[in-house]
Every structure is written in C-alpha cells, then in structure tokens.
Design a protein around this ligand. Sequence first.
Ligand code: SAM
Length: 374
Amino acid sequence: MKLLIPVASGIEAAAKREIERLGFGHAPAIRGRIALSGSWEDVAKLNVFLRAGERVLILIGSFHAETFDALFEGVFSLPWEEFLTPHARILIDGKSVKSKLAAVKAAGGVVKKAILSRLRERLHVRTFDERGERAIVGVSLFEDEVQITLDTSGDGLHRRGYRVLTGEAPLRETTAAAIIEDSLYRRNKAFADPFSGSGTIPIEAALYARNIAPGRDRKFDFESWKCVQKSLLPPIREEAREGEYHGPIAPIYASDISPKAVETAREHARRAGVLQDITFSVRDVKDLSLQERYGVLISNPPYGERIKSVDLFFLYRNFAAAFHALPDWSAYFVTSYEGAEEAFGRADKRRYLFNANLKCSLLTYFGKKPEGGI
Ligand SMILES: C[S@@+](CC[C@H](N)C(=O)[O-])C[C@H]1O[C@@H](n2cnc3c(N)ncnc32)[C@H](O)[C@@H]1O
C-alpha cells in the first residue's frame, strides 16, 4: 500500500529521520506529507511508534478531476469493498487548493455518494446503517489533482491519551516530540522546561528517554476495520513494551509560575506513566537554578496577547539572565514574540514552525561543549 504521513510545517526533517529509524529507508515529503510504501503491519507500527507524524493515511487512489462527474468516476473506480463494510460510518475530510472543484463540502458529498454506489454494486447491498466502524476519507485537491485517502489513525497521533485537562496555550505533542528529536537531549543529560504549563514538553522528553512508544495504549480506527486481522496489533504493542528503557536517566525538571498549571502537568505525567521521572515545582523563571552541567532546556515561554509587550520583554530578560548563568546548557525555545532575540540574545540557529496555526520561531542557543564529550 502507499502510505502518507502528514507532518506539521517545520518538523518534516525530524519526522523523516524518525521514519528512517523505524526501518522505512528514505521517504520524500511532498506538500507536508511523507510518502512511503508499507503493509498493514507497517501501518500498525507507524501508528504505535511515530512521535512527530500527525496521522497514518492509506492512499487509496489519485487522479485528475476538474468536474464533479470526473470526481465521482475517479472515486467510484477505487476498490472500496476491500476496506469498508456496509456498516461503515464514513466521514469526509476535504481540502482544495488552486483547483476548479473549490467547493469542499459539495466535493465531499460527491465522494461519499461514489463510495456508497461502489459498495452497493460490489457488495450487493441496498442499505447502509452507518452504525459500524468509523472511516475518515480524505479528499485532497491540489491544482485539480485529487488524492483520496483513508485515515488509519482516526484521532490525530498527537492524542497520546495523557492530556485530559486544559492548559494555557499548550504546545502540540507531535511538535514537542519533533523539537526533542532534533535537539541535543539524550537520557544521560539533565533536562529542564521552566514554562512547563500543562507539561507537554517534559512529558514528551520523559517518553523519549524511556523509549515509551506514544501510541502504546491508545486506540486507532483501523483496529475495528474488518479488513485488518485482530491479531495484528497485540504483538506490536508488546514489542513496544519490550523496547522500553527502565534504567537510570538524568533528572527532568518542570516548573511554572502557576500552581494550577503544575498540578495539571503532574496529572498528565501520571497518566503518561512518567510521574516518577519528572521533578515538578512552582517557580518563577527568574529563580531557575540548576546544578547539573551540560543540560538541555526546551521550552515554550509565553508570547500571548494577554501579556503587555513591556512585561514580555522583562520576562524574557529574566529568562535570559537565568539561562546565561548556565554556560554549558543548550536551550531551544518556541515563541512568536518578535522581541525574543532582542531580550534574550542572538540565537545560534533559528527556524520557523507552526503551533496552533500561529507562525513561531524555534530559537536555539548552544552551550559550551564538555571537554571529553558526553
Ligand atoms: C505558552 S505556555 C506553556 C505551554 C506548555 N508548553 C504546554 O504545552 O502546556 C507558557 C507558560 O508560562 C507560564 N509563565 C508565565 N510567566 C512565568 C514566569 N515568570 N515564570 C515561570 N512560568 C511563567 C504560564 O503560567 C504558562 O503556563
């Protein structure tokens, strides 16, 4: 099967590296989707192990369509009976860019009609009760080229299952994981997030350090599809458990000025199974003090409209003073505050990514290297 992994803008490289490490070889990214070939077993593995990808889609077919008739014909010609039963609850997720078929809702209606017509003809059924398995069909039009996909994940892969409480401006789990993957962090180095909010970054760091697969315990839509053997997933979940690391790791510190945020983060860490790995505290960033050397700080300081820019400048100044007192730590932080570098100092590296549709900079500051290397 042809598989597509959508990834958020700015984190393609980390996702590609992860996919290569899972044994898939080089996979090109085209317009925010990494393309590879794989079996149902690969679908299961990618869903369970991927940290930075957003979903695992099966490319059912692609064709050119400028009219609704051509769209209907293209979708009708695809082998839906190999994937869906007459009970499938088909949901359409559409988008159209630079295409004649710009009315996404109408296009979705045509796609669903074509799928049901095909199932009616091939499975010899008259009625569809839609009470069975969920199947999210993607309809993506770009310059009149249509890609039709089936979403094996269902809920996005950022939904690891641990984030149940709401936090203030949380970072997406997949984005946090990609930043960690791209960073110098390893389990033998101390880690800190002084603006930890609901805990996403330190929790993803602990999952990474413990080699805990993010999809180990969650459900995926493909599990309830008739075309997938029930025996497929349990051994992969087992393989994930066997690969976990139970030895010592360097400390992971998470702090925030808000006691409520720290409580939320603690609950999330408990649900993720990494509570014992993270030292939480309620603390203003200006009081940050870390004893370990050569650590890695990854954080997502405030940048919202709710804080006056003069206060934001001083907040970043305080953050800078605390961080620059640790000359051998490296820092990575995500922000959309435009005065960040002015307040914090010029970054060694800068790139852009999107968090919740907001363009952010990822600023990197490298610390002094240890003499013998660690
Ligand atoms: C953008 S949010 C972090 C969100 C977090 N990455 C998550 O995924 O939930 C910024 C956090 O900084 C905290 N904060 C604001 N001022 C602070 C200060 N002076 N010291 C420490 N934390 C502060 C806020 O309480 C908030 O939780």
